[in-house]
Design a protein around this ligand. Structure first.
Ligand code: SF4
Length: 359
């Protein structure tokens, strides 16, 4: 088994190891700050740590953060990163501009085995889970990029909406969340971190009880039959009635709401009758709805919805009292949707999933 990297170990484990080496406790705090606050990518960066200790650290705990292979910048400011992993695999992460800040879209797996029919990543199959260090490391890499390029814009929001199903890699996602929200590490507010899932029994409740992030649910269909066609494995793993029941009792702070994601696929799930079904589904769930118009392209069997249909769908939800927002597509010129760039690079294809949206 590969030794744990320095970004995979907890503060307490690091402190315990340093104590065994005869080091004072403040040394652990120094090193932790280098790793999580100053974004060190090498032990050589840790200039206030002795050379001998840096050398001892590097022999026991390798550093294996993702490294930047490619950065693509869209005309609208969206930046998509292809990152290399230590074993030669590649992952994607995207920075989406919004006002004075960026939102980062994070991947949690290389590929995905759920095979949702509108999603490029779903067509790849699953290669492997990402470690906690590889998940949180995406944020270190993107933040360092923003510091180095001097945009003056802050990374404020994190969304787990990239490649993979986060709740099928919950242990590592949970550990990454610890680093991302902890005050002595990256210090993101849990209110500004969102985990998006199709709904996975067991770990959905674990996310809720962790209070480490908000919840977004990829629903995309207002009944089980259609959901089984659009996202067959997800729909069978947790049938829609059970998913909705879990959302009705999902633990949330008083003003918190679940985000319901609904990709409008032309002629498939965008009728007014289906909008009415969706309203009925969401009865009793504290939620807001994000509508996303599908972006068609070769390789996926769907077309874009008509603009009038999208607006009518949105209007119906609002007339029935739901908060519904039509999300603007960003980064279309750089294939910013989950899985697109990697698919293009590895297969020479140009498959498209739902385009990354600003949150
Ligand atoms: S939409 Fe999410 S869960 Fe479905 S195949 Fe794509 S990455 Fe996997």
């Amino acid at each position: 088994m590969r030794p744990k990297t320095i970004h995979d170990i907890s503060f307490d484990d690091l402190a315990a190891w340093l104590t065994e080496q005869g080091q004072p406790r403040f040394r652990a705090e120094q090193i932790w700050q280098w790793l999580w606050i100053k974004g060190a990518t090498s032990f050589e960066d840790m200039t206030n740590v002795s050379k001998s200790l840096r050398s001892a650290l590097s022999q026991v705990f390798p550093i294996a953060l993702p490294t930047v292979a490619e950065v693509h910048t869209s005309a609208d400011g969206t930046r998509k990163f292809l990152l290399n992993l230590h074993d030669g695999h590649v992952l994607e992460t995207v920075l989406i501009p919004g006002g004075e800040h960026f939102t980062q879209c994070l991947s949690t797996q290389v590929g995905c085995n759920l095979g949702c029919t509108f999603c490029s990543t779903g067509q790849m199959g699953l290669t492997r889970n990402l470690s906690a260090a590889e998940i949180a490391g995406q944020v270190i890499v993107a933040r360092n990029h923003l510091w180095q390029t001097g945009t003056g814009m802050r990374l404020r929001n994190l969304v787990f909406m990239g490649m993979g199903e986060p709740l099928l890699n919950w242990e590592n996602v949970d550990n990454a969340l610890d680093r991302l929200i902890h005050a002595s590490a990256m210090n993101f507010s849990p209110r500004r971190v969102t985990v998006s899932t199709v709904g996975v029994p067991g770990t959905l409740d674990a996310l809720g009880h962790s209070h480490k992030a908000s919840l977004a649910v990829s629903l995309h269909a207002p009944n089980q039959e259609l959901r089984e066609k659009i996202m067959p494995r997800a729909a069978r793993m947790l049938p829609l009635p059970d998913l909705l029941a879990r959302l009705r009792s999902y633990p949330m702070a008083p003003r918190q709401r679940v985000t319901i994601e609904y990709v409008l696929l032309g002629g498939v799930n965008d009728s007014l009758d289906q909008a009415r079904q969706l309203v009925r589904c969401l009865n009793g769930i504290r939620c807001k709805v994000n509508l996303i118009a599908f972006n068609p392209c070769p390789g996926l069997p769907y077309s874009a919805p008509e603009t009038e249909q999208v607006l009518a769908f949105e209007t119906l939800l609002r007339d029935k009292g739901l908060t519904a927002t039509l999300r603007k597509s960003k980064g279309q010129d750089i294939s910013a949707a989950c899985g697109q760039l990697k698919t293009r690079r590895t297969a020479g294809a140009n498959n498209c999933g739902p385009t990354v949206t600003n949150t």
